[in-house]
Design a protein around this ligand. Structure first.
Ligand code: ADP
Ligand code: MG
Length: 342
């Protein structure tokens, strides 16, 4: 009998590992392949960085509360974020779409307004794509290309024992913004007369609907001559990204709950929802901040940037990945986040 393995039994990362376990590199120009935020190819000394992301209606976005202009903008941003996570500068994108008959030309024009807005803001050229129809909702595939000075890209794999773990901005807000939108959607579906009241929560809603990639931090690091030893963007939550760095770098880590940067609005809404804001930061995702490690000698410079928080340090692999809570307890970090009370 033929064997059948459910995709769910491997999970997303397990599946990618499985499908690419025998993937060979045949060209000398392929210098970073599967396993990082983006690939790096070298063409006679010029290095390009390439990444691609797929967004599917009903999985990654809900058109009930996602304005199409924001969707176009965000679809570009999530790709640029992966380029910045390699310390690359974005230069071009391609945009491919599969559209259902639910979507009009006017709707697509709005979607492209968002795409062009992101291109303008981040100085990127739209150079092509593909268009087809879909029977199961709107599908968006964007590929982004960037450039980097020879060998000045940063991988997930260079963290070393003693390095400091840094994160930009604040975490958990995008997840809480999504929870607010989901709550309002539910209320609206039950009582279509009721208008959503989200005026007070512009920060959290903005974080989920209109994220920005961390261009300024990358520029600042370059200016200061700080080369992080490893870097990843926070798309799936702090826990997941920390574990990626630990796995790729073959190290462990310790982070401190009270050092995780959280916005006041996130703290307040988390309290209202009765969830731990730390759990939102660890497991929420979609923050599009940068998580990176630097050598201890860079501490002084790093600490002068108010947009960067030092949240812990890199340890030996054997020590695993752990979180020291506010009360001083030590918890193992898992991909699902921190389930201290589970
Ligand atoms: P990110 O969240 O940074 O976009 P992913 O978790 O999507 O990264 O992907 C991790 C790595 O696996 C990347 O190097 C990506 O290019 C690669 N990858 C993802 N899906 C596939 C696939 N179906 N075939 C080959 N490589 C893949
Ligand atoms: Mg990434």
């Amino acid at each position: 009998m033929e064997m059948r393995t459910e995709v769910a039994s491997l999970g997303e990362f397990g599946l990618i590992d499985h499908l690419t376990r025998n993937n060979e590199t045949r060209n000398a120009g392929t210098i970073v392949s599967v396993g990082d935020d983006a690939a790096v190819i070298d063409q006679f000394g010029r290095q390009s960085v390439i990444t691609t992301d797929l967004l599917v209606e009903g999985i990654h976005f809900d058109l009930m509360y996602t304005p199409l202009k924001h969707l176009g903008y965000k679809a570009v941003v999530v790709n640029l974020s992966d380029l910045y996570a390699m310390m690359a500068t974005p230069t071009q994108i391609t945009v491919s779409i599969a559209i259902s008959n639910k979507i009009s030309v006017e709707a697509l024009e709005e979607f492209y307004e968002g795409i062009y807005a992101a291109c303008e803001k981040y100085n990127v050229d739209l150079i092509g794509g593909d268009t087809t129809s879909s029977k199961s909702g709107f599908v968006i595939s964007i590929t982004a290309i960037g450039e980097v000075a020879p060998d000045k890209y940063v991988k997930r794999s260079g963290a070393q024992k003693g390095d400091l773990i840094c994160v930009t901005g604040d975490l958990g807000a995008a997840y809480l913004g999504l929870q607010l939108l989901e709550r309002e959607k539910k209320i609206f579906l039950e009582n279509p007369g009721v208008q959503p009241d989200l005026q007070q929560q512009t920060y959290l809603i903005g974080r989920i609907l209109k994220p920005e990639p961390q261009a300024e931090v990358v520029e600042w690091l370059n200016e200061k001559g700080i080369m992080p030893t490893s870097m990843i963007d926070v798309s799936d939550g702090l826990s997941s990204e920390l574990l990626h760095i630990c796995k790729s770098s073959e190290v462990g880590c310790v982070i401190y709950e009270d050092k995780i940067p959280v916005h006041d609005d996130a703290r307040n809404i988390a309290m209202q929802f009765g969830v731990s804001v730390t759990t939102c930061a660890l497991s929420g995702g979609e923050d599009y901040e940068l998580l990176f490690t630097v050598r201890q000698e860079d501490y002084e410079t790093i600490s002068r940037n108010v947009n960067i928080s030092v949240i812990g340090y890199v340890t030996e692999k054997e020590e695993g990945a752990s979180l020291i809570t506010k009360s001083g307890n030590k918890h193992q970090i898992t991909a699902q986040g921190w389930n201290a009370f589970a």
